[in-house]
Design a protein around this ligand. Sequence first.
Ligand SMILES: Cc1cc2nc3c(=O)[nH]c(=O)nc-3n(C[C@H](O)[C@H](O)[C@H](O)COP(=O)(O)OP(=O)(O)OC[C@H]3O[C@@H](n4cnc5c(N)ncnc54)[C@H](O)[C@@H]3O)c2cc1C
Length: 407
Amino acid sequence: MGAGRVAIVGGSIAGCAAALAMTRAGAGEVVVFERATGRLHGRGIGLAVHKDRYAELEAAGYTDADMPWVRLTRRTWITREGGGHAGRVLGAVPFPFRSYAWGPLWNALRARMPESVAYVQGAAVERVVPGPDAAVLCFADGREERFDLVIGADGYRSVVRAATRTPAAPGYAGYLAWRGAVPGELLPGPRTAWPEGEATTVTFPGGHMIAYRIPGPRGAGISANWVFYTAPPPSAAAALKDPTSLPPGMVTEELTAHHAEIVERHFPPYWQDFVRATPRADTAVQPLYDLAVPHYGQGRLVLVGDAASVARPHMGGGAVKALQDVVVLERSLRSAGSWQEGVRAYDAERSPSGRAVVDLARRLGHAQVEATPDWPAMDERTVETWWREVSDGERGFGGHALDRAAR
Ligand SMILES: Cc1cc2nc3c(=O)[nH]c(=O)nc-3n(C[C@H](O)[C@H](O)[C@H](O)COP(=O)(O)OP(=O)(O)OC[C@H]3O[C@@H](n4cnc5c(N)ncnc54)[C@H](O)[C@@H]3O)c2cc1C
């Protein structure tokens, strides 16, 4: 493909990994343009990575054992009905995942970025103009820069995607995820109420909350991560037609009260204490979107991570998908004779798996939020059967195997 100039728009998980990929693929110059100023590492909470997907990413050289993680082994679904202090377990399935704290993971990827890469912050790309032999980035101050390849790692509202010939837009799923983190020292007792290694799903009509332990914010100690999914109250829904995330400190009183009311009405006492132990400053709300694009790459434009597809987080695979995209991009460009050939190979491999992940996540959301079963009526056998059906036998849950790229 020749040692050309590559721009990466967005310097989060996908952007940092893409910078490493492009250097390895032989690009002459790599520049990352990140809109945010300051460090990103303090802003995320937790994420889970399937152990098999982790092994593939480690083999490809994108993750390593130094990144702090916590071992998860099983997932339970619990109800308050007929249960004691910590609720009644309805059923359980194996959950072979590693959990990470978003900040230390981002830090580790940022630290792996070769020194030759320029990471420019406070650089918001306003527009991208594609051409046959190059693409031009246009910045807010009127500056323009030309690159041989532009990689869109700029998340679900990607400006790079908007410049493609098939600029699909994300569709709001109609419900929200409240996210929070409980510092280890604030976890309610007794310790035995919440077994180590367990990802607990607290059920209620119209949604659920999943909670699991993650590494502490700076990679030391333990913290706990929770994600609570349900529809907003009708009074707030109209204002959420095309909603954006509400970061910590910005969650409205109405949404905070809605969450608190459901917790009080449906959660077992232990899990009420757990949620209430969350510092208000550590609670955020994220509207959920579905986005599948027909093409991951066209001409001199390439999409990776959330810019390319957005799956509801029930999948446990957002960061995995972003890193897999980057692994395949590196291999596609490295073995190609031209930029166009490399982009075509990447598109052919990643577009179908991106769509499959979005479909599976939509189905998982439907079954666990939009059309919840009569949870208290379920038992070990029905939970297992129901889960096998909604998760498609776990094919693709936590992300599809890297397949061709892993060989
Ligand atoms: C601060 C932060 C915290 C997160 N925390 C969590 C978490 O706790 N758990 C979880 O599961 N997921 C979290 N996510 C989402 C997660 O990173 C993604 O779902 C997934 O890893 C794919 O990442 P991405 O790099 O493709 O997209 P994103 O992580 O969304 O990153 C996109 C990046 O592009 C930048 N950007 C956007 N537009 C422009 C532009 N026009 N010009 C320049 N830069 C631009 C944004 O500032 C951002 O840094 C977080 C994302 C961010 C940005």
